[in-house]
Design a protein around this ligand. Structure first.
Ligand code: F6R
Length: 643
């Protein structure tokens, strides 16, 4: 949550920071702010709401300066307001910082700092960091001045000789102060700090929050996500926890703690090779629609190279066939949409590989006592690879001895780094806050994993694997066909637009898909929606149904199709407006539904892929009809890096 950027170099910082923040808006858009070092010191400008409002203010002010930091906020501590926007104030306004994360011990630190005379002006947890850095900086600067005076008197190096300091690999006072301050923090942070007394310097560090730095021809850039700096440089360093970076127009120096002090570090560099065009809408009215339309490509890319001869290959799994054969329990841990992909996979793993599989919301899993043995496979599913609860759950599972496998969309993300093996979903950058293409990438990846487990256990023959793989590959074309004609979705959306609430129902695979359909609808249209296994309706939810109440049913071909029809009949009898997603060729469904959205007929195992797509389109169409911002729904952020 929250996005941070920083730039120091030869160009004006304002436009670079604003552009970077716009690209990070998916991380939060409650308020935005920048701190730019100008000719008269650090100038701080903050605005409520989206980055566009900050941009408007800045263009009127014309803030000069070639070094600055910026922030786009998703509120955790303190309501969205200008006072709580970043950069938070310190007492002397000498230090400015931007923070992504949560300071868990902020209340006790605030009490301690207030007792020492610090005055707080916001309700944010981040403000304690500004005061801590300020305190540490003043003490360190005083000590350094005493040392410099002594050296000067003895005819040694001249005080404040920046070039000599850098050549000797010494950290700046600001970096030492940030090190001292962050050692007091409990929680997570991605931080960028500037200081009036050390102009032209940005110090950045992280713990459990993503941070990337990179050198370009015009200077040094940093951000929470590489997407904010991809137009400037593709050679980046994905920072590790506990490493400190000192950015200046001349380069980036890295340090890591050593004993009580710091020593220089040489982190690994990564080249980003994906296309910057991915960050543009490419002619679509919004990113969500563009990303929905990318799904056939995602399916193809995720499957590319996975069937070699008759063998399914997922080398990244890092487990031998024998080790796979020993797996006797699977936990899939994830949040939100990724959790729903897990529900679909549970059906597949249990059916094909016959391994007991639990799907758990990561925030619950980490506080339970799940039964984990060395033959348990834990599969962490996360688009961003940075979801705090999923990461914490992985760490717990590893301590308990599980083999953790990751499915993520982001190369080098924490989930990727902390898993023994990883499948990348090949969705490429997903910008709309609501997941669509990454969900489909997860479902396809999990389908492959399920087939691999079944193959290793000898539960599916080579011929069966070949047939399944070929049908799975066909879904790319089938999704294309769904996308080519969305007229029935539009009609259903018009019928549902004024509803106050909706129910999504299905059985088996359809019940799993219903969960995702309901989440998509509620998160982008603010229309309350709930998912229920269709058979459960009469145990409570059916009481909600009155004339015109939308019931959206997943009624594709499946072993429980007839049962779903009976459940729909019960809803219709009570006045429900039934929208059914059904398989092409099914004429019977018309007698049970007011609106039918046909999808190509596929085997039940792959119905989640084809049935999810019209539900994504339906949610989007309803949201647009209700005047909602489908790419940036209120109160949400794409990457949930706080607990
Ligand atoms: C909904 C959505 C969220 C995420 C959830 C987990 O459209 O995107 O529910 O699925 O926040 O995020 P990741 O997959 O990044 O761990």
């Amino acid at each position: 949550m929250c996005g941070i950027v920083g730039y120091v170099g030869t160009r004006e910082a304002e436009a670079i920071l604003v552009d970077g923040l716009k690209r990070l808006e998916y991380r939060g858009y409650d308020s935005a702010g920048v701190a730019i070092e100008g000719p008269h010191g650090i100038e701080v400008v903050c605005r409520m709401g989206k980055v566009a409002s900050l941009e408007e203010t800045l263009s009127a002010l014309d803030v000069e300066g070639t070094c600055g930091i910026g922030h786009t906020r998703w509120a955790t501590h303190g309501k969205p307001s200008e006072a709580n926007a970043h950069p938070p104030p310190s007492c002397g306004n000498e230090i400015a910082l931007v923070h992504n994360g949560i300071v868990e011990n902020f209340a006790e630190l605030r009490d301690e700092l207030e007792a020492c005379g610090h005055v707080f002006r916001s309700q944010t947890d981040s403000e304690v960091i500004a005061h801590l850095v300020e305190d540490a900086y003043l003490q360190l600067a005083e000590r350094a001045a005493e040392r410099d005076a002594l050296s000067d008197a003895q005819g040694h190096r001249r005080p404040h000789d920046e070039a000599a300091r850098r050549a000797e690999g010494e950290p700046s006072i600001l970096l030492q102060a940030v090190h001292a301050a962050t050692s007091r923090l409990v929680g997570s942070f991605g931080l960028a700090v500037v200081c009036e007394s050390e102009p032209g310097l940005i110090v950045a560090t992280r713990k459990d929050s993503p941070l990337v730095v990179g050198m370009a021809s015009d200077g040094a850039h940093m951000a929470s996500d590489v997407i904010a700096m991809i137009d400037h440089t593709r050679d980046v360093c994905i920072m590790e926890d506990g490493v400190f970076a000192e950015l200046s127009k001349d380069g980036i120096m890295f340090f890591e703690p050593a004993g009580d002090g710091l020593r220089t570090a040489s982190p690994r560099h990564t080249h980003i090779d994906w296309d910057a065009d991915l960050t543009e809408k490419g002619g679509y009215p919004d990113f969500m629609l563009k990303e929905i339309h990318e799904q056939p490509r995602v399916i193809r890319d995720t499957l590319a190279g996975r069937l070699v001869g008759d063998e399914l290959t997922i080398d990244e799994l890092s487990l031998t066939r024998e080790e796979l054969n020993l797996i006797d329990r699977v936990y899939i841990i994830a949040c939100g949409t990724s959790y729903h992909a897990g529900l679909i996979a549970k059906n597949l793993i249990e059916t094909w590989a016959q391994i007991p599989t639990e799907v758990e919301v990561a925030s619950e899993f980490r506080y339970r006592n799940p039964i984990i043995t060395p033959t348990t496979l834990v599969v962490a599913v996360s688009q961003s690879g940075e979801t705090a609860d999923t990461i914490a759950a992985i760490r717990d599972a590893r301590i308990k001895g599980a083999r953790v496998f990751g499915i993520t969309n982001v190369v080098g993300s924490t989930v990727a780094r902390e898993s023994v093996g990883v499948i990348y979903t090949k969705a490429n950058k997903e910008i709309a806050v609501a997941s669509t293409k990454s969900f489909l990438g997860q479902v396809v990846s999990l389908t492959l994993l399920s087939m691999l487990l079944a193959q290793s256990k000898g539960k599916l023959t080579t011929g069966q694997i070949r047939l399944l793989f070929s049908e799975l590959a066909d879904t790319a074309e089938q999704v294309e066909a769904i996308l080519a004609d969305a007229s029935s979705v539009e009609e259903a959306a018009l019928a549902c637009r004024d509803a106050k609430s909706a129910l999504f129902v299905g059985r088996g695979m359809g019940a799993a898909v219903a969960n995702e359909g309901a989440l998509k609808l509620k998160e982008i249209s603010y229309l309350h929606a709930e998912a229920y296994p269709a058979g459960e309706m009469k145990h409570g939810p059916i009481a909600l149904i009155e004339d015109g109440f939308p019931v959206i049913a997943i009624a594709t071909n499946s072993p429980t199709y007839e049962k779903v029809l009976s459940n729909l009949q019960e809803c219709k009898a009570r006045g429900a407006l039934v929208v059914a997603v059904a398989s092409e060729g099914d004429a019977e469904i018309r007698r049970h539904a007011d609106h039918v959205i046909y999808v190509p007929a596929v085997r039940d195992a792959f119905s989640a892929i084809t049935a999810s797509v019209p539900l994504q389109l339906l949610a989007r169409s309803i949201a647009i009809l209700r005047g909602c911002d489908v790419d940036q729904p209120r109160n949400l952020a794409k990457s949930v890096t706080v607990e």
